[in-house]
Design a protein around this ligand. Structure first.
Ligand code: ZN
Ligand code: ZN
Length: 439
């Protein structure tokens, strides 16, 4: 009788019946076929593998991570609270000791949602993976977390949320940004001034297949993880690098996904993208679940897999080798050259524009971090967009030093008296205080 070698909880929601529109790629069938496949294969009959339903998350869970403009209630619908609640449930399964590993198969995804949210980008509104991680930190205390994002698109949301957090390593493996949305994620982006080297971007040449991914994991991801020594590894897993995906040009097979899962060895896996709802998702998700539970995924039959695709996926080009070498070198000796902003009076500031492709909104920001040698420093963002007036956003980190904490409060009080601000947002992780005000 087959038994899971590693116990696994799979979080599903029985009715993912919401959609952006009938033809939108991020639609309800994305997970219904996976659910059918899991039941058909009898995976929940295997001792040690069990199905769970999500918690329903709260606006507090959202406000612990994001500055939502105008507010979380107007950004998040019920679907988001179930999706992020599913990720939280997966985290709880592992941290409560009920399961050794957990897989959250939920939607909508979140890895394109940045620190400030004015709307939907790349099918994402709120960052379900980051929200799960910060829920765990608030409940179980500070910890070093590594997030490896294997979605085909750059993890621009997760890297933005953790841009200046030295305790969170974010590694994004994605298709070369010159060839795909959102066009960011180059090796020189290494994180903020207090967290240089905690953001790692590995742009993979289009066409990188199973062996190429494993090469990049063995030669770049694992040495960096090894040095970071995380207490928790999370895999933000997008199933859109599959050869059948309609939006991407990578060449992964389900078996490749299983190998990737085994190599990264994350405790918690959260589904992000993946839009080949017939051809890829049911099989890649199944292969990932089998790999997580220590079972053999080689029996997963996958339609459309020809020897040609498999052969193409075996090639490791010199471009890939060069990228891996460059990224590893930068990770171990991160130069400040990627920091394009200004250093003034103990602060680093940069201006940036963010485009919300789904909602056609453009946001502008002045983002500043306090340079502090005793804590990750304050994060202050002035943000406005084509639909919202100026918002003042301030974060005091979970392990803030007393000086940063006091200065943060002073800044918030001063901003209250400044009539230029229409919204005030405070994330005070130290005192677990999340304030939202609008005028
Ligand atoms: Zn994607
Ligand atoms: Zn400080």
């Amino acid at each position: 009788m087959l038994t899971a070698r590693t116990s696994l909880g799979v979080v599903f929601f029985p009715a993912f019946d919401w959609g952006i529109s009938p033809t939108h790629p991020e639609r309800e069938e994305r997970l219904l076929y996976t659910q059918d496949q899991f039941k058909e294969e009898g995976i929940f009959d295997v001792p040690g593998i069990d199905e769970y339903t999500p918690e329903v998350g709260s606006f507090d869970d959202v406000n612990r991570v994001h500055f939502c403009v105008p507010d979380a209630q107007r950004i998040c619908g019920a679907s988001h609270l179930v999706s992020l609640g599913g990720a939280i449930r997966a985290g709880e399964l592992v941290f409560s000791g009920e399961k050794q590993k957990a897989l959250a198969l939920v939607r909508p995804p979140g890895h394109h949602a940045m620190k400030v949210v004015h709307g939907n980008r790349g099918f994402c509104d709120v960052n379900i993976t980051a929200i799960m991680v910060e829920y765990l930190r608030e409940k179980y205390g500070p910890m070093r977390v590594a997030i490896v994002d294997t979605d085909c698109h750059h993890s621009d949301g997760i890297t933005d949320v953790y841009w200046n957090d030295p305790d969170t390593l974010v590694i994004s493996m994605h298709q070369d940004p010159r060839t795909i949305f959102p066009g960011t994620g180059f090796p020189l982006d290494l994180g903020g001034p207090n967290a240089l080297g905690a953001t790692i971007n590995i742009p993979l040449p289009a066409g990188t297949g199973d062996s190429g991914y494993i090469y990049a994991i063995d030669n770049v991801v694992l040495p960096i993880l090894d040095r970071f020594k995380p207490n928790l590894v999370v895999n933000a897993a997008g199933q859109d690098s599959h050869f059948s995906d309609p939006l991407t040009n990578m060449n992964l097979t389900s078996r490749g996904y299983a190998e990737i899962t085994r190599a990264i060895d994350a405790e918690i896996v959260v589904l992000e993208g993946g839009y080949a709802i017939h051809g890829a998702l049911p099989y890649t998700n199944l292969a990932i679940a089998l790999a997580l539970s220590g079972l053999d995924p080689s029996g997963v039959a996958e339609p459309g897999l020809t020897p040609n695709i498999f052969r193409r996926g075996q090639q490791i080009g010199s471009q890939l080798e060069e990228v891996c070498e460059e990224v590893l070198k930068l990770a171990f000796d991160p130069p400040r050259a990627g920091l394009k902003g200004d250093f003034v009076d103990g602060w680093y500031s940069r201006a940036k524009d963010i485009y919300y492709d789904t909602d056609r909104v453009t946001e502008s920001q002045i983002e500043s971090v306090r340079l502090c040698s005793n804590c990750p420093g304050l994060l202050h963002i002035d943000s406005w967009s084509t639909i919202n007036p100026l918002a003042f956003c301030l974060q005091i980190p979970q392990n803030a030093c007393p000086h940063c904490r006091d200065l943060g409060y002073d800044m918030f009080m001063r901003a209250k008296k400044n009539s230029n601000y229409r919204y005030l947002k405070l994330i005070n992780r130290l005192d677990k205080e999340y304030l939202e005000q609008g005028f």
